[in-house]
Design a protein around this ligand. Structure first.
Ligand SMILES: Nc1nc2c(c(=O)[nH]1)N[C@H]1C(S)=C(S)[C@@H](COP(=O)(O)OP(=O)(O)OC[C@H]3O[C@@H](n4cnc5c(=O)[nH]c(N)nc54)[C@H](O)[C@@H]3O)O[C@H]1N2
Ligand SMILES: Nc1nc2c(c(=O)[nH]1)N[C@H]1C(S)=C(S)[C@@H](COP(=O)(O)OP(=O)(O)OC[C@H]3O[C@@H](n4cnc5c(=O)[nH]c(N)nc54)[C@H](O)[C@@H]3O)O[C@H]1N2
Ligand code: SF4
Ligand SMILES: [Mo]
Length: 688
């Protein structure tokens, strides 16, 4: 009988990094279950967790480097692939300039060390052009919160909270183990308020469910603020000591009467006060948690900023049971922004969306495709994509395909033949998360952990670090990649922290690096430091920085275009991307055990709309926006689940790619996030 080994590591089928036990026999992953000791998931896994076995052993996994030839894909050796990619990169850089090469990292390789590796690499070879999925992911929230108090309130302390308010978030599908923490808080008496355009899984459990029309959350937030201020339900001491611009908030909020909010958002007027009262009764142990639902709108950032204001009014920022601000683990800096800023090389999108670049130092994916196609302000000729599938995940998918096809060099690092990989000149087989090793923190618990390499990848398959190391050495930038392998890099990363990598490794349940302390702003002021990491050092209701750039100084509410400029031709409002627990963007449809749970795409429709369109479940409709059409099966919802005139399609389906309909030229003006929710569409029955 084969000997069975158990390795304790972290799951990376999503970015939540649950603790797992991986069972290995004869060098092969045979099973995965939950690590009961891990601080985050306490032994629980979601349905994707065990499917890590399927991912690693998938029969359709790409195992050899592939080169596109006139006769289709040809298998080549890794050496040949790296040599040819290096030669082509040199050719492009000498012909058009160094900045015409770029990299694009995707969700599948995460947000920490792999992201920094790619930033380091592209700067090391003289180009500023680092793109990532982040310019359509959490960065809208990150910037919205950072503008207000210098950090993103992403580590809510559910367990001690007395009132949890979710805005456009869907934890049971998107963050299953976070949902357990919310449930524990409720067992301890916490109130749950859910604000969503659909009656989602968490909405069903809520004490108060508020069904807003898409893109109108800002009106509700201002309405709730008005109640708080008019009733004197706010933390005067905090506002006085730590905030800037309260008078402007007070004045602007006064317009948002419950009746006006009801008209804007489509909710009952009485709910506005109910929400405000629940917040005040439980302050400061109140969490306002913002999800993806407030991004992907033309007014996203200001709606998010408006929600972030609650942390100031209620004093919940860094409060026990509020939005906790963790102290990060002191990793060494892997990026080269201090040494090689490359600003003079005009990072793509920086002039168009300076706020995104200021805050994130990354180029904008919404500008990438136009730059490739127009060569304005300069050509972009080569791209290395790792862990992303923009053909399925970026707006205006037809344009994405056209642009990526026109590159002189497209390298895609993948496990599977994705829609984007199909367009590549070279596909390099990438190590799965079970075949590489990286550091990951759980800020809310102040712990750090190491995902371990539990099996060796087959020959020809490389982890991201090894690939960048080998390519950089071929391109004369080897000095920037001195570590022999990823493990050595990890050792270097922790070398200033006072903690050894081995020590972190010995704590698969999470290595606790710091005790939690609250209200750190108070201590900072006592120490003569700035209370918050904003230009003024205060929690900024009013932002001089934004004002100077020509944006609204306070988070003004701008109604969505589908309301202000109602279209007769495109009468429905499409929201996209509501997560389904078994899928991950375009991923996992090749795993039978996951696909059986939801075998086809679907458009969620209100029963009245279904009647109007004369359709029932599984009928096919054609959905058309101003830029494209798709066909998709119908799912008729209960009348309470979705608003009349509102429809929802989850992205990631090849046969009905909703991003053919979404817009890359309509965006939030502050961060440039694309319009992928509140998209105007028309719907017709397809007679088959
Ligand atoms: N299974 C699975 N999990 C995932 C992912 C995945 O693809 N699959 N993706 C991961 C990633 S990268 C991210 S960024 C997170 C996202 O995590 P979440 O934001 O928590 O998840 P979403 O499903 O995007 O939730 C968006 C919710 O907003 C609602 N909504 C849409 N428009 C509006 C609006 O205008 N106002 C309000 N109030 N609600 C609105 C939708 O109905 C939906 O319930 O999920 C992560 N987790
Ligand atoms: N319409 C619409 N579109 C959306 C959204 C929405 O709400 N609505 N949400 C957006 C959001 S929040 C995000 S984050 C983006 C995500 O968009 P992307 O970053 O493009 O993410 P995925 O589609 O998951 O692509 C990941 C690819 O990496 C591959 N992969 C898996 N594991 C590994 C690995 O270990 N290494 C490597 N090299 N590759 C691997 C997978 O096979 C997959 O093809 O999508 C966005 N797109
Ligand atoms: S929530 Fe699921 S997919 Fe995400 S890390 Fe945990 S088990 Fe893995
Ligand atoms: Mo995301």
């Amino acid at each position: 009988m084969a000997k069975r080994e158990v390795h304790q590591t972290l799951c990376r089928m999503c970015d939540d990094h649950c603790g797992i036990n991986v069972y290995v026999e004869d060098g092969k992953v045979v099973d995965i279950d939950g690590n009961k000791d891990h601080v985050w998931n306490k032994g629980r896994l979601c349905i994707k967790g065990r499917a890590g076995v399927d991912l690693n052993n998938a029969p359709d996994r790409i195992r050899k480097p592939l080169k596109k030839t006139e006769n289709g894909w040809e298998e080549i050796s890794l050496e040949q692939a790296l040599d040819e990619i290096a030669a082509k990169t040199k050719e492009i850089q000498s012909k058009y300039g160094k900045r015409t090469m770029s990299v694009w990292k995707g969700e599948a390789i995460g947000f920490a060390q792999q992201e920094e590796n790619y930033r380091r690499f592209i700067h090391a070879i003289g180009s500023p052009n680092y793109f990532s999925n982040d310019s359509e992911c959490f960065v809208g929230r990150w910037i919205g919160y950072s503008l207000v108090y210098g950090r993103w309130g992403s580590q809510p302390e559910f367990i001690n909270s007395k009132c949890i308010v979710t805005w456009g978030a869907n934890p049971p599908h998107a963050h299953p183990n976070m949902t357990q923490q919310i449930n524990h808080a409720r067992d301890n008496g916490a109130k749950l308020i859910v604000i969503d355009s659909r009656l989602s899984a968490i909405g069903r459990q809520a004490d108060i469910f508020v069904q807003v029309k898409p893109g109108t959350d800002g009106a509700l937030a201002w309405g709730v603020m008005r109640e708080l201020i008019e009733n004197n339900w706010y933390d005067k001491e905090f506002v006085e000591k730590f905030t800037l611009g309260f008078d402007k908030v007070k004045e602007y909020a006064s317009k948002f009467t419950p009746e006006y909010v009801a008209k804007e958002t489509g909710i009952e007027a009485s709910l506005v006060k109910e929400v405000a009262k629940a917040m005040w009764d439980n302050a400061p142990a109140v969490i306002n948690y913002v999800g993806n639902g407030l991004e992907h709108h033309e007014n996203g950032i200001n709606n998010i900023r408006a929600v972030a204001y609650f942390d100031g009014l209620l004093g919940s920022v860094d409060a026990k049971g509020g939005n906790f601000l963790p102290s990060g683990f002191p990793l060494k800096e892997l990026t080269l922004y201090h040494d090689v800023p490359l600003i003079e090389e005009q990072p793509i999108g920086r002039d168009r969306f300076p706020v995104l670049y200021d805050f994130r130092q990354e180029c904008h994916t919404m500008v990438a495709m136009d730059t490739i196609l127009s060569e304005d302000p300069y050509p972009l000729k080569g791209m290395i994509i790792a862990g992303a599938n923009p053909v399925m995940t970026n707006p205006n998918a037809n344009k994405v395909t056209e642009a990526l096809k026109s590159l002189e060099l497209l390298v895609v690092r993948e496990l599977f033949m994705s829609e984007t990989a199909e367009l590549a000149d070279y596909i390099l087989p990438a190590a799965s998360y079970l075949e590489r090793s990286e550091l990951h923190g759980h800020g809310g618990f102040q712990v750090i952990g190491l995902t371990k390499k539990v099996v060796e990848p087959e020959e020809g398959i490389q982890d991201e670090y090894q690939f960048l190391h080998d390519l950089a050495h071929r391109l004369g930038a080897g000095d920037y990649f001195p570590w022999e392998n990823e493990y050595e890099l990890n050792k270097w990363l922790v070398s200033d922290s006072g903690v050894k990598l081995e020590e972190i490794e010995a704590h698969p349940e999470g290595y606790n690096y710091a005790e939690k302390t609250y209200h750190k702003h108070e201590q900072k002021v006592a120490d003569g430091e700035k209370a918050f990491n904003t230009p003024s050092g205060k929690l900024e209701f009013a932002s001089e920085y934004l004002k100077n750039l020509g944006y609204q100084e306070i988070a003004e509410y701008i109604p969505p275009t589908y309301v202000t400029d109602k279209s007769e031709e495109y009468p429905y409002v499409l929201i996209t991307g509501a997560r389904k627990v078994m899928y991950y963007h375009g991923r996992n449809r090749n795993f039978a055990r996951l696909k059986s749970a939801m075998p086809t795409p679907e458009i969620e429709l209100h029963p009245v709309d279904a009647k109007k369109l004369d359709v029932v479940d599984d009928d096919i409709v054609k959905v058309t926006s101003t830029i494209g059409s798709i066909e998709i099966p119908v799912k008729v919802m209960h009348k309470k689940e979705i608003g009349e005139g509102v429809v929802q399609i989850t992205h990631g389906w090849k046969e009905s790619n909703v991003n053919i309909l979404t817009h890359d030229d309509r965006f939030d003006p502050i961060d440039g996030f694309p319009l992928m929710k509140s998209v105007e569409v028309k719907i017709e029955k397809v007679n088959k």
